[in-house]
Ligand binder design. Sequence first.
Ligand SMILES: Cc1cc2nc3c(=O)[nH]c(=O)nc-3n(C[C@H](O)[C@H](O)[C@H](O)COP(=O)(O)O)c2cc1C
Length: 275
Amino acid sequence: MLNPEIQKNLIAEGRNFIKSFSASPYDNFVSDQQLKLPQPPLVKAPMTEQALPLPRNFEDLDLRQDFIALLTERRSSRVYTQQPISLLQLSFMLWATQGIKDIRGKSYATLRTVPSGGARHGFETYLLVQHVEGLQPGAYHYLPLGHQLEFLHAVEDLPAAISLSLEGQSWASKASVVFYWSFLPYRCEWRYGIWAHRVALIDAGHVGQNLYLACAALGLGTCAIAAFDLAVCDALFGLDGEEEFTVYASPVGTISPADQKSEKAFYQFVEDEGL
Ligand SMILES: Cc1cc2nc3c(=O)[nH]c(=O)nc-3n(C[C@H](O)[C@H](O)[C@H](O)COP(=O)(O)O)c2cc1C
């Protein structure tokens, strides 16, 4: 256990970090955008030579559309039945979380299915695919401009890699696919400087929530994950940990209504400890 005094100081640092985003102490701040420095690219360049086009015929999906029911049914699911999902379902989830609908200017901003402060969209999407029809298992990168996927590499013992990357949360290793989102700070800092990080923290929530809603519409299960191993995730996708690093993850899997009982067991400790 950490020394209680050190623990207390770390918590205070965390609080100060959040509060330090207040505008007033930095009224004279000048951003790189105001200094007319070159704008960073809107998306990361492809990492390989090949791009797999993703299907866009979302009208063929049997989507649940009742918005009230979707909000009511949205929940974190941690028990997966290990059935394959279709490429169209995966394509829909990628579009729902980071899909590009329009571009402003020649390449000033992308407008996507999620909102983002200043339309900076500082994230990239990576996947560990286990059971998706038509895709070989392994690591992938989403190319949102062309709505394509690129295959990065095979991964030895995928279930173990997923569990290790998510701090030993081994239930996630039964997912059909795991989403990992990285953050490229300068994409946001160019415009927002020291406030970029507040925007990024808020923006990540939009991405995660759209995945929850897309899964609810598809009848699939997901669970947001903040307890991931940063170094392991970064290494899986070749991220340098400085200009790009992992900030969020979400396994997605097929679910069965019968498993809701096991989901309830997740909170059994509340009963056991009389909380
Ligand atoms: C930012 C964030 C991080 C989370 N991290 C984890 C996690 O690492 N492991 C986990 O099992 N659940 C995680 N969750 C899921 C929460 O435990 C879950 O949302 C909460 O218990 C409420 O349940 P519900 O989503 O079914 O409403 C996370 C949720 C969010 C929004």
